[in-house]
Design a protein around this ligand. Structure first.
Ligand code: MG
Length: 405
């Protein structure tokens, strides 16, 4: 079996359970689709699992209402991670039903049935390679194993009135985590049997294994393998993710387009009525072009002309949000995040002020960053030069990008 610890992942599937609603994390989409440090929670988690187990098949189980959110999330994943991802499977009404749906999908892929399956929560995005190696090893040795960490708080058992009824000895207690690790054939059969028997109140997969009469080994977990549950957890997770992006790059971009006939211009992906148009090979969105070049500059990855050559007919009349989104995807493919965009438009007209907030929102949406990380400013050139004579619009942009070292 080619599952040696130095290459974790062969004959391994990691089921990522992401079908929950995550209501404890406050307003907005389910917590696994919240955006932190340049990507969604689930995207960070999938990337971490791929880094920890490059050969593993990664099999997400999602809620059917979340299909669009899911595909938006994984659109920014690097190509190697994306290649290991199976198509998502819809979960059921309970976590137990969701896991069974995921296991059935793995079973149905007859040519690639795993020997070992790790069942993992999408809300744990810091699974380390060492933890995955311990999980695989424990699954091979014991058939059913889960990670646990010693508890540091004294745990009290209380009754309905809040009175203490027991103080279990702390040395024997473990706070358990995921990934829970199993022999695939065993846990699939156990899940099927539990479902058939109507045993549907089992809250984790260790409980399924116990229900099936199998002893479950507890191996060493990882205190850093936190579960994101609350809004506070999201903030802690973002701080940890950002801390790892120490290679801070600044890129700058500059662009000019001339006015010509027309009744609108595009700025930051937003259509704005004007008594002229801007002339260009694409839609002449001068602001988007400057920002795209700033991002490419921060990555030292050519410029908009080399990435999207004007000689290529597919870019004729193209919406420039394609270029912006592609530059943002390049940042994410490098495992990085866009920390900030600061852009300036230089023109006498149109007046940018009334459109500023809409332009910011458009750019933030296209780049997939929070609104407070996008600044758009405007100035005239005091009637001097080509912008002063209203022959065209100039734009300058600076992008701050954080990459892993
Ligand atoms: Mg241009």
């Amino acid at each position: 079996m080619n599952g040696s610890p130095s290459h974790p992942g062969a004959e391994l599937a990691i089921l990522v359970v992401a079908a929950g609603r995550g209501s404890r994390a406050g307003e907005g989409p389910p917590k696994q689709y919240r955006r932190v440090a340049g990507g969604t929670v689930i995207a960070h988690g999938l990337s971490a699992l791929h880094r920890a187990a490059p050969k593993a098949v990664i099999a997400p189980v999602i809620h059917e209402d979340d299909l669009d959110l899911y595909y938006e999330s994984v659109a920014g994943l690097d190509a190697l991670t994306a290649r290991r991802l199976k198509s998502p499977v819809y979960g059921g009404a309970t976590r137990q039903a969701s896991v069974l749906a995921g296991l059935e999908a793995l079973d149905a892929d007859r040519d690639n049935r795993p020997k070992i399956v790790l069942i993992h929560d999408a809300a744990r995005i810091f699974a380390s390679k060492e933890l995955i190696i311990r999980a695989i090893s424990a699954a091979k040795s014991y058939g059913a194993a889960i990670p646990g960490v010693a508890v540091t708080d004294t745990i009290k058992e209380v009754d309905a009135d809040g009175s203490i009824v027991a103080t279990p000895p702390r040395a024997r207690l473990r706070a358990v985590q995921t990934p829970q690790a199993f022999d695939f054939d065993f846990i699939l059969a156990a899940h099927r049997n539990a479902a058939a028997a109507g045993a549907d109140g089992l809250t984790d997969d260790a409980a399924i294994a116990e229900w099936a009469g199998h002893s479950v080994h507890v191996f060493e977990g990882d205190a850093g393998n936190m579960k994101i549950t609350s809004a506070e957890d999201l903030a802690i997770a973002e701080a940890r993710l950002i801390r790892d992006l120490e290679d801070i790059r600044i890129g700058q971009g500059y662009d000019v387009h001339a006015f010509g006939p027309g009744d609108h211009i595009w700025l930051g992906g937003l259509k704005i009525s004007h008594d002229h148009g801007l002339v260009g090979h694409s839609d002449a969105d001068v602001l988007s072009h400057a920002i795209t070049d700033a991002l490419l500059g921060a990555l030292a990855d050519g410029d908009i002309g080399s990435q999207f050559p004007p000689s290529d007919p597919q870019w004729r009349g193209a919406a420039s949000k394609i270029f912006l989104a592609a530059a943002a995807a390049k940042v994410r493919e490098r495992g990085g995040m866009i920390a900030h965009i600061d852009a300036t438009l230089v023109c006498e007209r149109p007046k940018v002020g009334p459109h500023r907030e809409a332009i910011r929102a458009s750019i933030a949406t296209i780049l997939g960053v929070p609104l407070d990380r996008v600044a758009v400013k405007a100035t005239t050139s005091e009637r001097l030069g080509f912008t002063g004579r209203e022959e065209g619009i100039a734009s300058i942009a600076i992008a701050t990008v954080r990459l892993p070292i």
